[in-house]
Design a protein around this ligand. Structure first.
Ligand SMILES: C[S@@+](CC[C@H](N)C(=O)[O-])C[C@H]1O[C@@H](n2cnc3c(N)ncnc32)[C@H](O)[C@@H]1O
Length: 200
């Protein structure tokens, strides 16, 4: 999973670096994480380089989690949506980053929000991120290796961030909370099921 230098990944990184994200304290961390995967996206059905024997294990993993025909099975950072999503976050938010990949967005969100739970289903992807961060894992970033559709939602979560363009479903347990959702047209705020407080 070595990222080549000088490809489209570098162009994307440079664009982020020149914008407001490039001024964030955690940008150097996010940049290292993004570098792990740019410019090549790693498809779920392809063994990682040098790890052909992983293929059968990967298939068993996905089948046991009933996501074969479900949401995204390919990992690529959706960094084109990082800036609009970050703009929507507030300082007091406790965020669930659903489908967090290798934590590239989560480290940036952790700088803006009170706490970030980062839920990623693929252990290898999450492990890549944790290995890269090592002792620099932000204190208020809580990585969880799980299916974001099933584990009980931590009770303090106030908003969901879903930067997974290919998953447009709603998860039952998210009801009542705003979902900052990536769509083909950019980031939108989904308030389905949000119960407004009655006017005083
Ligand atoms: C397109 S990637 C985006 C990653 C990250 N949001 C970002 O933009 O950097 C989608 C990620 O969601 C993960 N994913 C897909 N379905 C999931 C599920 N049900 N529960 C947890 N993670 C899931 C995938 O493994 C993949 O890493």
């Amino acid at each position: 999973m070595e990222a080549e230098k000088g490809g489209w990944g570098d162009i994307k990184l440079q664009k982020l670096e020149e914008g407001p994200i490039g001024k964030m304290a955690n940008w150097p961390l996010a940049k290292r994480l993004l570098r792990q995967y740019y410019p090549s996206a790693v498809a779920w059905h392809e063994p990682r380089p040098g790890k052909k024997e992983e293929l059968a294990a990967q298939r068993r993993f996905w089948e046991s989690r009933s996501v074969l025909n479900g949401p995204v099975r390919m990992w690529a950072p959706e960094s084109f949506n990082y800036e609009p999503a970050l703009k929507l976050l507030r300082h007091g938010d406790v965020v669930l980053d659903a489908g967090a990949g290798n934590l590239a967005f989560a480290v940036l969100a952790a700088e803006v929000c009170r706490k970030v739970y980062a839920v990623e289903i693929v252990p290898e992807t999450l492990a890549d991120g944790l290995k890269e961060l090592g002792w620099e894992l932000p204190k208020n970033l809580v990585p969880i290796c799980a299916d974001f559709r099933t584990p009980p939602l931590p009770t303090d979560v106030s908003r969901i961030v879903l930067l997974v363009v290919h998953f447009q479903g709603l998860v039952d347990q998210w009801k009542g909370r705003e979902v900052i959702r990536a769509t083909q047209a950019g980031v939108s705020v989904d308030r389905t099921g949000v119960v407004e407080a009655p006017a005083p």
